[in-house]
Ligand binder design. Structure first.
Ligand code: HOZ
Length: 423
């Protein structure tokens, strides 16, 4: 028995399913979690001393790679000054100004502790601003685990095949309407029915929790137009795409301006952080200026701010990082496509910049229904083989693969060789 297996046997006695987040359980690939001891650059090591090239990067935030020396130093310096004050600090102002400078759609921003919290708060703000209750989300998009958004959600709930969680009162989700990703008509139909009651549309500008599903040409612009016509708030959930697809996220990449944006762990270089921000007139609804209440002792935590300021400043000061990351990713995903083509394997590769997915299906994947056609048992077999080759990819079909600046050309080549064998 491996050290990871022994730890998992112990973990299940004390933690539900042995893990603190369901996707980590490896259940959908018929395996058990690798317990990780440390990470550096593009690598992680498990309890048994196995080294993996890591394509999760803590689900996105490790855009610079693990353990970046400048981030590490900033965190250690901040720790020496105190771990938490529950009071206003200079780094919070620096961080807020940095985000407002970098992302043109954001005039004001509020720090929270996770993407889930950011989304929950952004929705409340949109409702407070519009005085309306209904929201529109897309089937297969995942916006964290708050009650009102666990409706036809992606990520772990999609993997488990139960996209509506039990324990969520029907009264809480009655105002959550769902449309189909990449299907503007399904959005229009909802607005034609009750557009004057819809506070907001929330969307992952690139679907990344049903595997990676890029927006079709014109889809995001149509959402912008519909929101403008009905006075609804357009919320981009950039927990995965923010500061990754471009310095100003998916909104910069596609040139669409949302009213509100939510961010997650990338704001803190992997520390537990989130943020929501946007138009001044909307954000001024938030307490203590306005009547939309939202609060948190740990919000703007100084250690998390130190990590995040360092990462975002590095990204801002080095526009060439994005060219490098996107070129590397184009080569990587391009070569996978080429290999599948040569071998006449009819599977799909979707990618936008440095996030991507392989789907084991013959049909193009453009939404939840087509993502669901992927043969998850084929993914499970592939994933287990990749792990055995020292490549750590998401232990579930409906998640993304993340590349970082720390992945070297040698890492990419080694991964491609492993993939060719495993595919
Ligand atoms: N799809 C999730 C991140 N957006 C996976 C991580 C988790 O739920 O723990």
């Amino acid at each position: 028995m491996t050290q990871s297996e022994a730890l998992f046997n112990e973990a299940v006695k004390y933690i539900p399913g042995g893990v603190n987040s369901p996707v980590r359980a490896f259940g959908s690939i018929g395996s058990t979690p690798r317990f990780i001891t440390k990470a550096d650059k593009a690598y992680m090591w498990d309890e048994d001393g196995n080294r993996y090239i890591d394509y999760i990067g803590s689900w996105g935030p490790m855009i610079l790679g693990h353990n970046h020396p400048a981030v590490l130093e900033a965190v250690l310096d901040a720790c020496r000054l105190g771990l938490s004050f529950g009071a206003a600090t200079r780094p919070e102002v620096t961080m807020a100004k940095l985000i407002c400078d970098i992302v043109p759609s954001i005039d004001m921003v509020r720090m929270v502790n996770s993407g889930t919290e950011a989304v929950m708060s952004a929705i409340r703000t949109a409702r407070g601003y519009t005085g309306r209750d209904k929201i529109v989300k897309f089937t297969g998009c995942y916006h964290g685990h708050s009650d009102g958004l666990l409706v036809k959600a992606g990520s772990g709930v999609m993997t488990a095949g139960v996209p509506d969680s039990s324990g969520v009162p029907a009264s809480v989700t009655k105002d959550t309407l769902t449309a189909e990703y990449n299907n503007v008509d399904s959005v229009r139909a909802l607005f034609e029915q009750c557009g004057e009651e819809i506070a907001a549309i929330i969307v992952e500008p690139v679907g990344a929790n049903m595997g990676v599903v890029p927006p079709k040409e014109g889809f995001l612009q149509s959402l912008r137009d519909i929101c403008d016509s009905y006075g609804s708030v357009l919320i981009f959930d950039e927990v995965i795409t923010g500061f990754r697809l471009s310095l100003s996220g998916a909104q910069g990449y596609y040139g669409i301006t949302p009213d509100l944006t939510t961010f997650g762990k990338i704001i803190g270089a992997g520390m537990p952080v989130g943020a929501y921000g946007g138009r001044r007139d909307i954000m001024e609804q938030v307490a203590p200026v306005g009547n939309v209440y939202q609060a948190g002792t740990l919000s703007g935590n100084p250690v998390a701010m130190a990590a995040g300021i360092t990462q975002l400043t590095l990204l801002k000061d080095h526009p060439e990082y994005y060219t490098e990351l996107n070129e590397k990713s184009d080569r990587f995903f391009g070569q996978i496509k080429e290999f599948l083509h040569q071998k006449r394997l009819p599977w799909q590769v979707n990618h936008v910049g440095s996030i991507g997915s392989i789907f084991f299906t013959q049909s193009p994947v453009t939404d939840y229904a087509s993502a669901k056609t992927s043969d998850v048992s084929a993914y499970a077999a592939y994933c287990n083989k990749m792990l055995a080759h020292g490549i750590y990819i998401a232990p579930a079909q409906f998640e993304a693969m993340f590349l970082s600046l720390a992945h070297t050309e040698e890492d990419i080549d080694a991964t491609l060789i492993a993939m060719e064998e495993c595919l």
